[in-house]
Design a protein around this ligand. Structure first.
Ligand code: ADP
Ligand code: MG
Length: 290
């Protein structure tokens, strides 16, 4: 009944040679151990094949993720598991976990994280980016200031369209920190060109410490801001965080009352849904069409 294993040295040598040719270093490394277990009758032939292939695949997957995270400029220390939802009760955990299933990427939507400094906007944006990479999506993380600097330089050097195409490549573009720094003259226009190029073609996560009503001030140009918000809110999920700063949690008693408890954000005026604490609308969407 037991078929001969036929693990002659020459067969093993040939397998070794083939694994080198096929560039399967991890399978090659595991080969001796697998052969030993096979000879001892610990595993069957199919299991041996399975082990070699899955070891190799895991190695490749890990190195793909590592490279993609580096290229996408994502900090891996910010994870969803490491986010303390109990610290931020205004935030619906299920809603964030639903975002982590990446329907919004498939639908080319824009996720907005709005809230005062230190409430976890960048953390959540990064963590979703990391999870998206693990799920096989391409992601690029940047601040608004970095994007505008890059676009402005590209424009000066006559290669703006190429740079816009670069920022259009990832399935998910994270734009962090809208509102902290005033946008340089012409910057809003450049960013609009990028947003317009990605509109309905790629997903974005944007974070801001300023309510939409204040974006005119941030971008310094009401016409561009209106056009920008028109694209950014058409297919959008707005997540408003109304808590206190995680950075200052140990020093809460030292903070002035107005900083400690009040959100410095004007709620989005385009939000049509009645606010129910902790409960987003069924599909988690705000379609803000003018
Ligand atoms: P924001 O971008 O809203 O200003 P960050 O996301 O940078 O805030 O958060 C500030 C710091 O606090 C980061 O180190 C982040 O990892 C941490 N942090 C914020 N909120 C939480 C939370 N709820 N649980 C765990 N860490 C948090
Ligand atoms: Mg931030």
């Amino acid at each position: 009944m037991t078929a001969s294993l036929n693990l002659t040295p020459s067969t093993i040598e040939r397998i070794r040679h083939d694994l080198v040719g096929l560039k399967m270093p991890r399978a090659l490394e595991a080969l001796d151990h697998v052969v030993r277990r096979l000879e001892q009758g610990d595993i069957a032939a199919l299991e041996a094949i399975d082990t070699l292939l899955s070891e190799e695949l895991t190695l490749r997957e890990n190195s793909r993720i590592k490279t993609a995270l580096r290229m996408g400029r994502l900090a891996t220390i910010k994870t969803l598991a490491g986010f303390d939802f109990s610290f931020q009760p205004s935030l619906d955990r299920d809603r964030i976990l639903t975002l982590a299933q990446f329907g919004f990427i498939a639908r080319c939507e824009v996720v907005h994280f709005l809230g005062p400094p230190g409430t976890g906007k960048s953390h959540l944006a990064t963590a979703l980016g990391v999870e998206a990479v693990k799920a096989g999506k391409s992601v690029y993380f940047s601040t608004l200031a970095e994007i505008i600097t890059a676009l402005a330089r590209a424009e000066r050097e006559g290669r703006l369209q190429k740079r816009i195409r670069f920022f259009c490549r990832p399935a998910l573009l994270v734009v962090d920190e809208i509102g902290y720094l005033p946008v340089v003259p012409g910057g809003g226009n450049l960013f609009f060109q990028l947003v317009n190029a990605r509109y309905e073609k790629g997903a974005m996560i944007v974070t801001s410490n300023r309510g939409f009503a204040e974006w005119g001030e941030v971008f310094g140009d009401p016409v561009v801001t209106t056009a920008l918000l028109d694209r950014l809110l058409h297919h959008a999920v707005v997540v408003q965080i109304e808590g206190s700063s995680y950075r200052l949690r140990q020093h809460a008693e030292l903070m002035p009352e107005h900083v400690r408890s009040k959100a410095i954000i004007t709620p989005p005026t385009l939000d049509p849904a009645p606010r129910r604490r902790g409960r987003p609308p069924k599909n988690g969407h705000h379609s803000a069409t003018a």
